[in-house]
Design a protein around this ligand. Sequence first.
Ligand code: FES
Ligand code: FES
Length: 162
Amino acid sequence: MTQRTIKHNLSFTLNGEITLVEVEADDRLIDVLRDRLLLTGTKQGCGDGECGACTVLLNGIPVNSCLVPAMKAQGKSVITIEGLARGDTLHPLQESFLEAGAVQCGFCTPGMILSAKALLDHKKNPADEDIKLALSGNICRCTGYVQIIEAVKIAATKLNGS
Ligand code: FES
Ligand code: FES
């Protein structure tokens, strides 16, 4: 017996652009982003909700895209790391991660930056504890986190225009 696969039309805003893509009901958001839409900045680490490498913003909230069915993005806004720079100009968080030496292998960096963006979008001057809490779902095996926290603080200063 042949099995019929039912396709669904997913319509959402991806990095500010209305995006339409055909998906299957059990497709994960990470796979649609990486394999179908070729946005490979979103990384897959554990594939199990543990590492945060796959973090994207869904209506401004950080989510593990390895755990989110793609159809959950229907009608919503998704921001990936590709959506942060403006042409050749990096987002202040991207600049500050480089300046602070917060990038080593870089595998965790897209997810870290998006979690940090969600924090800075609603808290202009976060304390260290706020930053640690916001990044608690993002694991870095390289940096020891000190430079990452510093990078978020530098970005906050840049975004505040001081
Ligand atoms: Fe999604 Fe690790 S790959 S949380
Ligand atoms: Fe390598 Fe964070 S820079 S995992």
